[in-house]
Design a protein around this ligand. Structure first.
Ligand SMILES: *Cc1c(COP(=O)(O)O)cnc(C)c1O
Length: 221
């Protein structure tokens, strides 16, 4: 299935006034389709699987900014550590420590977002808000905690989705202030990643700074 160019141009237009970044989620889609969007100017792409991401990155232009948006297992960090642009789903201290270790090995700083559990009725990965205070004090020259990421409930009930995004934005704002004033250098909030194909408009209305959109661009998986 070809890339939906019309949808792409329309989303770009919608994002312009919001200054939000589009991450094109290309999981399970072939490199030819990624290249098609690349040729239209898209540079940020998101993937969920380590092996798939590593293989695609090898075949595609080096100025692509690769986002890891899936659930990352600690033992796989090493495969993406040399090149990953942003890891969205950091959901444990153990994972953060492993990313740090691999960042040191690669002599670079790795940017991360902490995943926050906002979909109350679903089992999804992430920190509870009460745990964040202990994580944002993480202090390492090789880790940069850029903000938060969250996924709303999988539901048609957009009011519920809106409430979840709103609460994530509030959590983000509180910690943005805390981290701006703290002496810990790893956490400096600039990025709130929320919204996908089905709910990105609501996410933007609630203050998202980064949307992760797959099926609207590449078709159903
Ligand atoms: C797959 C995925 C997306 C994109 O989902 P679409 O509904 O295809 O837009 C966004 N975020 C995460 C974390 C995903 O796993």
């Amino acid at each position: 299935m070809p890339v939906n160019r019309e949808a792409y141009q329309q989303i770009i237009k919608e994002l312009e006034p919001t200054k939000a970044t589009l991450v094109a989620v290309s999981k399970t889609k072939p490199v030819e389709e990624i290249r098609e969007l690349y040729d239209l100017g898209q540079r940020d792409f998101g993937e969920n699987y380590v092996q798939e991401l590593a293989e695609k990155a090898e075949q595609l232009p080096k100025d692509i900014r690769w986002h890891f948006i899936g659930h990352l297992q600690s033992n796989k960090v090493k495969h993406i550590a040399p090149f990953i642009h942003l890891i969205h789903g950091v959901d444990s201290n153990k994972l953060l420590e492993e990313i740090d270790k691999q960042a040191i090995k690669n002599n670079r700083v790795i940017d991360c977002l902490l995943q926050v559990y906002i979909a109350k009725e679903e089992t999804k990965f992430g920190f509870e808000e009460s745990e964040l205070a202990n994580v944002v004090v993480y202090d390492s020259p090789n880790i940069s905690i850029k903000g938060l990421m969250g996924m709303a409930s999988f539901t048609e009930d957009m009011e519920k989705v809106r409430q979840e995004f709103r609460s994530l934005k509030e959590i983000y704002d509180r910690h943005a202030v805390l981290t701006a004033n703290s002496t810990h250098k790893s956490a400096k909030f600039t990025t709130l990643s929320m919204g996908m194909s089905s709910d990105y408009r609501v996410a933007l209305e609630e203050g998202s700074g980064m949307v992760r959109i797959g099926s609207l661009l590449f078709g159903a998986r």
